[in-house]
Design a protein around this ligand. Structure first.
Ligand SMILES: Nc1ncnc2c1ncn2[C@@H]1O[C@H](COP(=O)(O)OP(=O)(O)OP(=O)(O)O)[C@@H](O)[C@H]1O
Length: 240
């Protein structure tokens, strides 16, 4: 469970103080696939950075898994989460298996155990025969599968996905979204999905928050397949 209460964030630019997030209140339940959409500059990345502990809000409170996110608790909380990025963020000098095992290496899990677990999750994402390949030899979809395997190896409660399919074609997008859905269903992982693509959000999410100018303009929790973007979304939608 994630609860945001009254989150605000300012940036200082050219001696000007700009309000980038304005009183954000959100409740995300366990096993939700929660979509965060909004035009460029609406504050999606800033909100994601705050949720993942990379940035602190100026005011407001965040509760994740029943724990208040503070500078002292954030490392323990972040350990229960993983992140998937648009451009995969894999290490090109490591093999597929080493990339996937890396989070367990950082947690000082023994080599035998982490490689065994990495093979297991590579099987789950359908890349069991790619263990010894280097990242540069893979397609975009395969790279994202590796990133997903790396994300689930720590059995996170929450996965944050920042435009996970924006670099992929339509068919690969469908395959990656199906894989994320399978993770949500099998492990009851909560997924927070940031995307420009309304069709991605509509096909995946059971709740959608629409951000505009740093404010939540709307939260949609039912009849998502019937949701039609209105004027403020027209500039960036791929819908219908
Ligand atoms: N480090 C920063 N310093 C100053 N202003 C910033 C900083 N980061 C973001 N901003 C501004 O904050 C606002 C929100 O930016 P943010 O990146 O969160 O939006 P976004 O919805 O993720 O946009 P996009 O879809 O283009 O990634 C924008 O006006 C942006 O210019």
């Amino acid at each position: 469970m994630i609860e945001l209460n009254g989150i605000t964030k300012y940036f200082i630019t050219n001696k000007e103080k700009v309000l980038v997030l304005d009183d954000i209140n959100l409740m995300i339940e366990k096993k939700d696939i929660f979509g965060l959409v909004g035009p460029t500059g609406s504050g999606k990345s800033t909100l994601l950075r705050i949720l993942t502990g990379f940035m602190s809000p100026d005011s407001g409170s965040i509760v994740i898994q029943d724990k208040q996110l503070t500078p002292t608790t954030k490392y323990a909380i972040v350990r229960e989460t993983s992140m998937i990025f648009q451009h995969f963020n894999l290490l090109s000098n490591l093999t597929v298996l080493e990339n996937v095992a890396l989070p367990l290496k950082l947690r000082k899990v023994s080599k035998l155990e982490r490689l065994q677990k990495a093979k297991e999750v590579l099987g789950f994402v359908g890349l069991e025969n790619f263990s010894n390949e280097f990242i540069r030899t893979l397609s975009g979809g395969q790279k994202q599968r590796v990133a997903i395997a790396r994300a689930i190896i720590t059995q996170p409660q929450i996965i944050f996905c920042d435009e996970p399919t924006s670099a992929l074609d339509e068919k690969t997008t469908f395959e990656i979204l199906s894989l994320l859905k399978k993770i949500n269903e099998e492990f009851h992982t909560t997924i927070i999905l940031v995307s420009h693509d309304i069709s991605v959000i509509k096909s995946m999410c059971n709740k959608i928050a629409i951000l505009e100018n740093g404010r939540i303009e709307n939260i949609i929790t039912n009849k998502i397949s019937e949701f039609k973007p209105i004027s403020y979304l027209e500039a960036f939608n791929h819908a219908e």
